[in-house]
Structures are given as structure tokens and as C-alpha cells.
Design a binder for this molecule. Structure first.
Ligand SMILES: *Cc1c(COP(=O)(O)O)cnc(C)c1O
Ligand SMILES: [Zn+2]
Length: 416
């Protein structure tokens, strides 16, 4: 294994979530003993003695300020990613019945979704391992994030997507020079295809497969930022959209690591899950008494980024919601559209349907009385509406002539 840069001294290795074995953080992507899922582990006790807060605050204005709790070092020349704003959302909060609501606006990343975070960490890892090509299976956003990162690092990219992925996302990835392989099948079938390729394409790093333990670590940085932006405290409650479940489960990991490193006080933080009812393997399992996840074979939803029927971290997500006292909502297609509209019209933030799912889930949970008085609730808005257009031009008023009379004929009330 080639290590291009000094590694994180606090990284103890990778631990198997199935058998518990701690092993070296090398090119392995599953447990060397039982093939179970592995996760990087850090010496949080040492970090707690080191004044980690100061180290972070003195770091760059990117997600790499949290490097002591990340498994790779930044690769030379990477685009800055992360440090998106956390803002109060009083009008949206009033509209959906959640006073004190806040928005973590991850629509403003490099390629307009939070996927730039996991890709930043996974691609840096790929460079450390001396890999030559980046690849992924994607529901749309990951393809763009991988394509852009690969271009910047001077690597070729191969991105695999279901053939019916939104054209705007496919063209976005292609515009960075990535080879876009459209597959006639569901995301889960695309993912299995990638799984069959990994051993036959030496030098390739599949960011959400052979680099998955590193990819998932990037998802922790949303919660790291929220805690820092709140003045080094955890929010009371976060509402997280669920696809593979990596973002939701790593939100819990991130909170635990901040507490163990002495960076934030130990306080309860509830984590709730949001999915569209047309593909709700995780939220249905939660609402159905925290049972095991049952795969969804055919997803039917406009929230394509969340259309993963067999989520890799699905059961883990159910367990996190259960353990933290969180809740869930499976929301209808009409409510997803309403959620997008509310975010745009009340706060001026354009979200893709995954964001509409989160807004609608918060609204449904508010109606069920899930939120406590004074609870500080943060919505994860993870993808921009600008990536897939804003609906049907037929719903617009006809164009007018370049003439003031035409304008006042069309908008008589404007004269007051
Ligand atoms: C991928 C994605 C998610 C879900 O993330 P997972 O880690 O797969 O659960 C949520 N929102 C958007 C916009 C995404 O692209
Ligand atoms: Zn194991």
C-alpha cells in the first residue's frame, strides 16, 4: 500500500461491526476475518486530551477542519467542500408547525448535493491508495460528485446509473468528462453489477463499494458542522433523508465522537428518518415497531435520490432511530411536492424532492406531536432543486411584449 501523505495519528484502524475485530486501515473494505462491514475507529481519549476544539477552529474553511476525526488526509488540489450554512427557518417552521426550526443547507456544495462530502473523503483515500480510476453506482447525485472530483484530481471516472435517472443529473456528470454507463435496471441492480466488477478492474475505486468505509465517514461532517455552528453543542433533533442509510447512521457516529472527544457536552440528540412512501424500507420498518428492514423491489417516487430498495445501512438506521428516541415519516408524493414548494416559497431555498421529503416528514411528525416544546430541530436539506429543473413550463403565464402597456394589461394590480 502506498501512503502519499502522513496519516491521521488518531486513526486506530478499522473495526468490524459484526465480529468486533480491530484491524489495519489498509485497502480492505470488509472485515479480513468475517467479511462484515468495517468502520474507522479513532483514539477519542487522546483527542479529548488534545484540545480538539482549538485544532478544528484553526483549520481550513472546509470539511477537512475535522481531519482528526476523518480517515484520510486531503488530496492535493481537491475542491473545497463543506462548511455550508445553518440558518433559522422561521417562516417554514410556522408553515409546518415546528417553532425554532433550522435548516442545514447542503444544497450549496460543489455539485449541489451533500454527496460532495463522502466523495471528498473517498477520493482522498483513493489517492492515498494509489488508485487510478474513480467509479460508483449512483441514483444521480453521487455520479456528479464523483465526476467532478475525478476531473479535479486528473483521474478518469466511470459512473453507473439506472437508465431512467433524471437527464439533467446524467448530463451534469457527463459534462465533467465522466463515462456515464446507463443500466436498464433499478439502483439495487446497478449496485450489484458494480459488486461483480470490483475484482476485475484493478486500480478502480468504487467510492460506495470498495471505498465505502471511507465514503461513509464524509457524511459525519454535516453533524460536525452543525454542532460547531451551534457554538459547540448538539442540536436536540435532526431530520435526515434516508437512501442507503449512511448519512443517518454516521450522524449518530459523529455525535458520539464529538462527545467522546470532549468537544461538545453529552446531551441527548434525537435522530429521525424521512423517506417517500413509494420507497420507504427504513421508515416503514421504524413505524412498524422498529422491525427488520424488508427490501422494496420497485421504487415509485419522484425522490429518485432516495430510491434505494435494499439499503446497505438500513437496519443500522432503524437501530439509531430507536436508540436515540427518534421517529420517522413515510410521505406521499403530493406531500413531497408540497414540501419542495414550501421550502422555496417560505425560505427561498430550492430543494430537489429529497428535500421535499424532509420538509414533509417534519410536517407529518409535527402533526403527530413528535416534537417537544422548545426543541431545536434541524432539517437536513441535501440536494438542490437546480439539479432537476423546477417543473412544467406550461404552468407559467404567457410571455408579454416588451411594452409597459402589455405589462399592466397582464398585471393590473401592480399599479397599486
Ligand atoms: C444520497 C442522498 C441522500 C441519502 O444519503 P444516504 O447516505 O444514501 O442515506 C439524501 N439526499 C440526497 C440529495 C442524496 O443525494
Ligand atoms: Zn468481522
Amino acid at each position: 500500500m502506498k501512503l502519499a501523505v502522513a496519516r491521521n495519528e488518531a486513526l486506530l484502524g478499522v473495526r468490524c461491526r459484526a465480529c468486533g475485530l480491530l484491524q489495519p486501515a489498509d485497502e480492505r473494505y470488509v472485515c479480513g476475518d468475517c467479511l462484515g462491514p468495517i468502520e474507522p475507529e479513532y483514539d477519542t481519549a487522546a483527542l479529548a486530551r488534545s484540545d480538539l476544539r482549538r485544532t478544528i477552529e484553526a483549520g481550513p474553511d472546509t470539511l477537512w477542519r475535522y481531519a482528526p476525526l476523518l480517515p484520510s488526509r486531503p488530496a492535493a488540489g481537491q475542491w473545497p467542500v463543506g462548511m455550508t450554512v445553518l440558518v433559522p427557518a422561521p417562516r417554514l417552521g410556522a408553515a409546518i408547525g415546528v417553532p425554532g426550526l433550522m435548516i442545514k443547507d447542503d444544497t450549496r456544495n460543489l455539485t449541489l448535493s451533500f454527496k460532495d462530502r463522502p466523495v471528498a473523503v473517498a477520493s482522498a483515500r483513493a489517492v492515498e491508495l494509489g488508485l487510478t480510476t474513480l467509479a460508483c453506482a449512483s441514483t444521480g447525485n453521487l455520479a456528479g460528485a464523483v465526476a467532478a472530483a475525478a476531473a479535479r484530481l486528473g483521474m478518469p471516472a466511470f459512473v453507473f446509473v439506472p437508465a431512467d435517472t433524471e437527464l439533467s443529473k446524467i448530463m451534469g456528470a457527463a459534462s465533467y468528462g465522466a463515462v456515464v454507463i446507463r443500466v436498464n435496471g433499478t439502483y439495487d441492480q446497478v449496485n450489484r453489477l458494480c459488486g461483480r466488477l470490483v475484482d476485475e478492474v484493478p486500480g478502480w475505486g468504487f467510492v460506495n463499494f470498495t471505498l465505502r468505509p471511507y465514503y461513509a465517514e464524509g457524511s459525519k461532517t454535516i453533524l460536525f458542522e452543525i454542532a460547531e455552528q451551534l457554538g459547540w453543542r448538539l442540536p436536540d433533533h435532526v431530520i435526515v433523508p434516508v437512501g442507503s442509510g449512511a448519512l443517518l447512521t454516521r450522524t449518530a457516529t459523529a455525535a458520539a465522537q464529538l462527545v467522546a472527544s470532549g468537544v461538545v457536552p453529552d446531551a441527548p440528540m434525537r435522530i429521525s428518518a424521512a423517506q417517500p412512501s413509494g420507497c420507504a424500507p427504513v421508515t416503514d420498518a421504524i413505524l412498524d415497531g422498529m422491525r427488520a428492514v424488508r427490501p422494496v423491489r420497485v421504487a415509485r417516487t419522484i425522490a429518485r435520490s432516495l430510491a434505494i430498495g435494499a439499503p446497505a445501512d438500513g437496519d443500522g438506521a432503524v437501530q439509531v432511530v430507536k436508540r436515540t428516541g427518534g421517529s420517522a415519516a413515510s410521505v406521499s408524493e403530493e406531500d413531497v411536492a408540497l414540501g419542495c414548494e414550501l421550502a422555496a416559497r417560505t425560505e427561498g431555498i430550492s430543494v430537489e424532492p429529497a428535500g421535499g421529503v424532509v420538509v414533509a416528514a417534519a410536517r407529518a411528525m409535527a402533526r403527530r406531536g413528535v416534537f417537544k416544546d422548545g426543541e431545536r430541530v434541524v432539517l437536513y436539506l441535501t440536494g438542490s432543486g437546480y439539479k432537476q429543473g423546477h417543473g412544467d413550463a406550461m404552468s407559467l403565464a404567457p410571455a408579454i411584449g416588451p411594452d409597459a402597456d402589455d405589462f399592466f394589461a397582464a398585471y393590473p394590480t401592480a399599479r397599486g
